[in-house]
Ligand binder design. Structure first.
Ligand SMILES: [Zn+2]
Length: 349
């Protein structure tokens, strides 16, 4: 039976002045023991990394692992499961019309400096597990037949800047993208789900796929989990899993549709009070979701000065002018209706 070595065993060896390289080469290391070894002596840890298929020990791969190890990792059951998740989330993006053509891309962190991602030039609605790609955090492709998405740098820059980001989703949902094109940050204090699960900001436009675009997005991800990219689309990250990152899209898109409808109903929209929002922010904080408003006073919340519902018909009608009744066409229609009404009235007399 193989020897199981814990971090305590290793600490005792070090205390006793023993050489960690003297460990049996087929020893099974607990994850914390492996971390200990990596910090203590990277070379020893590498030497003790089990060969692919040699046992159930979870191996922490890095971009520096050998090509055959990375290949075996890429083809392992654990990564197959994540590839299926990428296919499933892609299918949902496409079915909800959050992506168009070959647009949109998804990534999942699978190591300290490794990510699994979707390929370029494939519709997100019809991906297969074998389409997926393994990359390092610089965007170099390490495994996979298809070429990685051209927008991977943005995902990786988010992962580098925000260590809690385990998954990222990018797509072009129409309502949210409409806000991004108009440069309008969705107003707050209207719907609880949006307040609890989303933390939205707008990044300026740069050519998609460039490091500059990734930099502008990643500058925002310490306090925001959903970034509107001006004149482009949306990218979100999650500290839980890829489905949770996708949920951020559903929540944002539903919210943008809702407030667009609310703003067209001819009545001022109702908002929650700062105290009500404060309650929601407490829930948000307990869920580990970032928000720049955490810690603000109640009087600083619910500031929607930038939001002007009905801004598309903001031309003020002048009193007594034809425009006051919506222009000449409407005036003519009214006159016509009046004439017909008069005729009918005359006939019935
Ligand atoms: Zn895009």
């Amino acid at each position: 039976m193989k020897q199981i070595i814990s971090v305590r065993d290793l600490e005792e060896l070090v205390r006793a002045g023993k050489d960690l390289k003297s460990l049996p080469s087929d020893a099974l290391l607990t994850p914390s023991a492996r971390d200990f070894l990596r910090e203590h002596d990277g070379a020893t840890a590498a030497a003790l990394t089990p060969k692919p298929g040699s046992g159930p020990v979870a191996v922490r791969m890095t971009s520096k692992s050998s090509k055959s190890e990375l290949e075996a990792f890429f083809n392992s059951p654990a990564l197959h499961e994540l590839k299926l998740q990428l296919c499933e989330i892609g299918r949902r993006l496409w079915q909800r019309a959050y992506v168009d053509g070959n647009g949109g891309n998804i990534a999942i962190r699978v190591g300290d400096d490794l990510a699994l991602c979707t390929p370029t030039l494939v519709s997100k609605g019809f991906m297969k597990p074998e389409d997926m790609c393994l990359v390092d955090l610089e965007g170099n492709q390490l495994a996979g037949v298809k070429k990685r998405t051209s927008e991977i740098l943005m995902h990786l820059q988010i992962m580098k800047k925000q260590p809690r980001a385990v998954a990222t989703v990018h797509c072009h949902p129409q309502y949210a993208t409409g806000f991004a094109v108009a440069g309008v940050e969705p107003p707050t204090c209207m719907v609880p789900e949006y307040e609890v699960f989303s933390s939205v900001a707008i990044a300026p436009y740069r050519t998609p796929g460039t490091p500059e675009m990734g930099k502008l997005v990643s500058d925002l991800v310490d306090k925001h989990n959903t970034i509107l990219m001006a004149n482009h689309g949306v990218v979100s990250w999650s500290h839980n899993n890829v489905e949770d990152a996708y949920f951020k899209m559903e929540i944002l898109e539903a919210y943008c549709r809702t407030i667009l409808v609310a703003s067209q109903l001819g009545k001022p929209v109702n908002t929650m009070t700062p105290a009500q929002l404060q309650d929601l922010l407490k829930i948000k904080q307990s869920l580990g979701i970032p928000d720049p408003r955490h810690g603000l006073k109640e009087c600083e919340l619910c500031d929607n000065d930038g939001w002007r519902p009905g801004v598309t018909c903001a031309v003020e009608p002048r009193e007594g002018s034809p425009a006051a009744s919506n222009g000449t066409v409407d005036s003519q229609a009214e006159a016509l209706v009046q004439a017909i009404t008069n005729q009918i009235m005359n006939r019935t007399e």
